[in-house]
Design a protein around this ligand. Structure first.
Ligand SMILES: Nc1nc2c(ncn2[C@@H]2O[C@H](COP(=O)(O)OP(=O)(O)O)[C@@H](O)[C@H]2O)c(=O)[nH]1
Ligand SMILES: [Mg+2]
Length: 343
């Protein structure tokens, strides 16, 4: 059984960089305990300092290997770094190949590194919302760089990647079709592309394919996805030349540590650009809108489930099917029931 620690103690612990307190707090979020809300309330004003780096891409492209190398690179420059893997297939979750374990062990035992994986199932409020809360905890604990790894396939994963300040999309050569496959969701959120496994044939072709897609892409826009809708954050028009970010297409061999310093530099350059261009505030506000929508959505769903009995839902569904009432009318009656229930 988990030892009980009071919320104020947990908050103090997190703010003092106590790893045990941080781990426990993350478990609170994962288990969706009621205490999560007061926990977040206590730490929120201490957040906003970390640079959030999203690393996403298809499974097997070498994200975890790359993230491990990046974390080492940050450590070498004296910056503290947290890694959050939101990936059921991630080596961090225990499915590690020996080499990955060895690499992770080189980082473990270092107080400036914190590595954690997140379960992707069972979050009522959605995995993206739970991840956002864990990111706040890591931020409050004082980590200067937070790297979140996700598999860029599902909508939730794309949503998580879009919460980052800097989103790195990882490709691997020979996945020509997959470049197309992930293009729709991921191209819009990429700030940096990296073609990993550059020791493999086809690297230059993949780089050209990405560069071609970038040329076709309309510049100056970055989209945030939410519930299947797309919120577009648009820069003031016309976009001043100094205000635009040129998305670089880099290459790396993560297993050999090649290309890591270039990637590190590109991430830092993007970080500086976000600050200097004013884009940081624009993106943060878009993210806050997104968070508020998600919270409201979850809360209204909860109220709906409590206030509207299943029998009423069944009756209304049947009525709609029989064309006695239309869907708008049925929805209105359910909403009215919530309003009258004083929940
Ligand atoms: N040849 C080659 N293999 C790599 C490279 N980077 C990672 N790998 C290997 O690719 C496999 C998948 O790597 P992993 O980091 O788990 O990918 P992820 O699923 O994207 O997180 C592992 O066996 C890695 O050792 C690379 O640059 N070149
Ligand atoms: Mg992985």
């Amino acid at each position: 059984m988990r030892r009980q620690t009071s919320i104020p103690d947990l908050i103090t612990g997190i703010l003092n960089g106590n790893r045990l307190a941080l781990s426990r707090a993350i478990s609170h979020v994962e288990d969706e305990q009621i205490s999560t809300r007061s926990l977040l309330q206590g730490i929120y004003r201490h957040t906003g300092r970390a640079h959030l780096i999203g690393v996403t891409g298809a499974p097997g492209t070498g994200k975890s290997t790359l993230v491990t190398q990046l974390a080492r690179s940050y450590r070498q420059q004296g910056q503290s770094v947290a890694v959050l893997a939101v990936d059921p297939t991630s080596p961090f979750t225990g499915g590690a190949l020996l080499g990955d374990r060895v690499r992770m062990n080189q980082l473990s035992g270092d107080a400036g590194v914190f590595i954690r994986s997140m379960a992707t199932r069972g979050h009522l409020g959605g995995v993206a919302a739970a991840t956002a809360d864990v990111l706040l905890l890591l931020d409050a604990a004082g980590f200067e760089r937070i790297i979140v790894e996700t598999v860029g396939v599902g909508q939730a994963e794309v949503e998580i990647a879009s919460m980052a300040h800097t989103t790195v999309v990882v490709e691997a050569p020979g996945l020509g079709d997959e470049v197309q496959a992930i293009k729709a969701g991921v191209l819009e959120i990429a700030d940096i592309f990296v073609v990993n496994k550059a020791d493999r044939p086809g690297t230059e072709r993949t780089i050209s394919a990405l560069e071609m897609m970038l040329e076709q892409k309309h510049g100056g826009e970055r989209t945030l996805r939410h519930h299947g809708q797309v919120m577009i954050v648009t820069l003031p028009d016309p976009v001043p030349e100094t205000n635009s970010w040129q998305i670089p297409v880099l290459k790396s061999v993560a297993t050999a540590g090649e290309g890591i310093s270039t990637l590190h530099d590109a991430i830092e350059k993007h970080h500086t650009w976000l600050h200097n261009s004013g884009m940081l505030a624009i993106r943060e506000e878009a993210r806050i809108v997104h968070t508020l929508e998600a919270l409201i959505h979850t809360e209204l769903n909860r109220r709906l489930r409590i206030a509207v009995p299943a029998t009423m839902v069944a009756t209304l569904v049947t009525a709609v099917r029989k064309r006695t009432i239309d869907p708008h009318e049925a929805a209105a009656r359910m909403i009215e029931t919530i309003s009258n229930s004083n929940i």
